[in-house]
Design a protein around this ligand. Sequence first.
Ligand code: HEM
Length: 408
Amino acid sequence: MTEQDLVAAPAGVPVLDLDPFSMALLDDPYPYHARLREAGPVVWMPKHGIYVTGRHEQVREVLNDHEAYISSAGVGLANFNKEPPFRPKSLILEADPPDHTRARTVLSRILSPRSVMLIRASFVLEADRLLDELLAAVQAGQVVDGIGQVAEAYPLKVFPDAVGLESQGRENLLLYGDMVFNAVGPRNELLARSAEKVQPVTAWIMAHCQRHMLQAGGFGDLIYQAADAGEISQDEAPMLVRSFLSAGVDTTVNGIGNALWCLASHPEAYAKLHADPGLARTAFEEALRFESAVQTFFRTTSRDVLLAGVPIPAGSKVLASLAAANRDERQWPDPERFDIERRPTGHMAFGSGIHGCVGQVVARLEGELILAALAKRFKRLELAGQPTRRLNNTLRALSSLPLRLTPA
Ligand code: HEM
């Protein structure tokens, strides 16, 4: 198979001549997602020479067949079998079994529901503290920025605390996340802009992955303890701390930010949440389905495969649109409706299969606690102005969300 064969339109596959990473489609991806699902179970996009699927059944199949659709050649557009990765590969995200299994076993144990129970009390305390501060600001007549004052403030406090990171310089985590998720896409202006900051931010991140920078007993230290026990090597430990720092902040920031945006633009949903803050968990889950914080991931075919009867040659890049799958009318009744009483079990916002998000228990905890704390204190949550979008090749993100909050 030559390079040309991969770029030429393959016979029998619907062609969609769009760039999913163009600024217009990133700004408003939903009409494109509808076209993608409508065009077929798998389509060919000549702009990047990739196969793309946006239907729930096929996205699920791609993510669950880790032998045919591998991650070690990168989970972005770049094929690491042909070009070097922009940073040393992740030992978990960009790995296949058996290497993946070793790293995953350690991180799954550290982030298991049982160990996350131990951090719950401190996460509750911080949610209450932050929302009490917000209530005081609102009572003093302030309009609130849902992104800066809630969606960023909370995860930037609780998650690095749990990892055992010092308080100084945590804004680097957002810059790093922005860069890592831009790198999933092509070398467009978004990637170029975040790459300008790559050197100092990467240096800060890697310095904070070292053992002496991490507090004893935190998630980071637990990774080093796994290295002491011989489960992973001492060289692998900082790389796994890096995985927490890459994937654990910008994702939850945007998960929470998008949930606030969904609730502010659906007042009837917020009224239900205020009446019953016990709905906070499903409200967060529904926001992840409706406005998926992580929109896409890629795989690379390890051999010739058939996806929904469509032949895909070995070595092809396949984009799985998690966000499109999450609004697939074949899977969800009335998918365009944001309904916090829906139980969206099986959504793809955390992925699926062996790479399904290892931090989802922590992410759900943060989402649930912050939404419940909000719902208890405020009877109304309304937009006080136009939100501003922060475009990213993979993340669905806002940079500001002006909110008018009415105390209960
Ligand atoms: C709302 C918040 C979050 C979202 C939407 C999210 C989304 C995802 C998705 C879609 C994947 C699958 C990647 C793939 O299939 O290639 C993933 C994997 C991963 N996530 Fe999350 N994530 C979130 C929060 C977190 C947190 C809080 C952590 C850290 C504690 C974390 C750490 C990871 C890691 C290490 C992986 C790689 C797992 C593997 O390859 O086995 N994530 N996440």
